[in-house]
Design a protein around this ligand. Sequence first.
Ligand code: VG1
Ligand code: CO
Length: 543
Amino acid sequence: MTIQTVKTSPIAGQKPGTSGLRKKCRVFMEPHYLENFVQAIFDGIGGVAGKTLVIGGDGRFHNDVAVRTILRMAAANGAAKAIVGQGGLLSTPAASHLIRLNQTDGGIILSASHNPGGIDEDFGIKFNTPNGGPAPESVTDAIFAGTKTIDSYKIWQGDAPDIDTIGNTTLGDMAVVIVDPVADYADLMETLFDFGAIKALFADNFTMQFDAMCAITGPYATEILEKRLGAPAGTVVHGTPLPDFGGMHPDPNPTWAHELMDVMFAQDGPDFGAASDGDGDRNMIVGHQCYVSPSDSLALIAAHAQNAPGYKGGLSGVARSMPTSAAVDRVAAALGLPCFETPTGWKFFGNLMDDGQVALCGEESFGTGSDHVREKDGLWAVLMWLNIIAATGQGVAELLKDHWQTYGRNYYSRHDFEAVPTEQADVAFDGLIARLSELVGQSYGSLTVSAADEFSYTDPVDGSVSHHQGIRVMFGDDGRFVLRKSGTGTTGATLRLYLEALEQDPAKLDQDPQDALADIITAAHAIIGLAAATGRTKPDVVT
Ligand code: VG1
Ligand code: CO
């Protein structure tokens, strides 16, 4: 018998956040830490006996070790089959696709997404259900409950098989299939977008830079953009995934993707730029000297999606997370599409997509995607933009200008206050909640609070209710701010302040968002009392 039952005891704090369990890598490397959580996943989904799982991650430090451990545990727990990306690599959207394509029982994705990687940085793990999407709260609650009562886990005693060579092998009675991480995903993209038109664009000297930030999208972007679409070699930069992401912080926003921003804002910069995050589900879109906010990207895609062959029949509906700007709502209203507002985190879109109610979803945090998978998808968004540019003959700046002229502009910005001591963050956050009912009718400069609440969501498909999904303070038609605590950080608390104001005057669509939002920013600080509670006046990251 080569199945070992190892005695263990519960480890505190294994509560999945917005997107799985994220901790410092060294925490994951402590004895039993990963094993406890993986056994809790297996137990939380009713065991894995006879089941097929997809396993892979974004290649950060510890990824390969974790994949081998999970294989040994899956075999010991009676799984029938594991489908693993070669080298243990899979982008999050590619993993979602493989789960669906092979009609598996779900998958385990190893990633801390946009958080830095390396032995002293972050690691993460999450379970995706058979629809390919992140586990809903009912499942993550069951997993968390399991971590609090666990007393043993099962693991195969021998070594895991080689995961670096494509092909079929076994571990005990479990079949292990090592697959090319890129091919199926790239094939899927070819079914959705007009590769001929995008190829013609590149053949016509359209220039692009894609910054993979030394993370997982390098091989995907190289295959799709350079090999299949004919973009010149060198279009993809930082294209080799590294365990520490080469020291880069693979969060595709203007702050962390500043190298790309410098290239795009240079006089002779490329026509089009994009970046993706650690696990490939986020995207940043930039034109020559023109940054596109994620909320605007979502809205513009909603308005133009029918240009792409996979969406030519139009969209069934759209959804956005609550803090995302209402720019997409305006497009939905104009096109007569249903539009949903969900809590932050992609898991809340799954039911709506499974039910056929929405085809396009997005978050302000550089996440956009459709019902082709059940995760946000960075390269998908990049290809959608390329398809729209090819079909309309318009560049990024032109498309955006036209969009604002048609729909108005939802000026938008997110201010992050990172690594705030938890108690201080609680003072600010809980203090504001306690004062919400007094705020309505109060004026701050020219702004008057029209409504203030904590966002709760009732899933229209299964009726499940999620409370405490962020504080909203509305100023009538003038705008709003939202305050949330991050559920993906690993150090102290990160407070996210989301700011939005709608402008419909055609003469005022060209302002700097920070200027356009100045009054809302001032009012937000006055209302929250952030400086008094935390000593913070300036955000660490502005997107
Ligand atoms: C952040 C984003 C959220 C996103 C989540 C996972 O969560 O705000 O929109 O879904 O990260 O993205 P939070 O709780 O820190 O605000 V990823 O690309 O890190 O899986
Ligand atoms: Co991500």
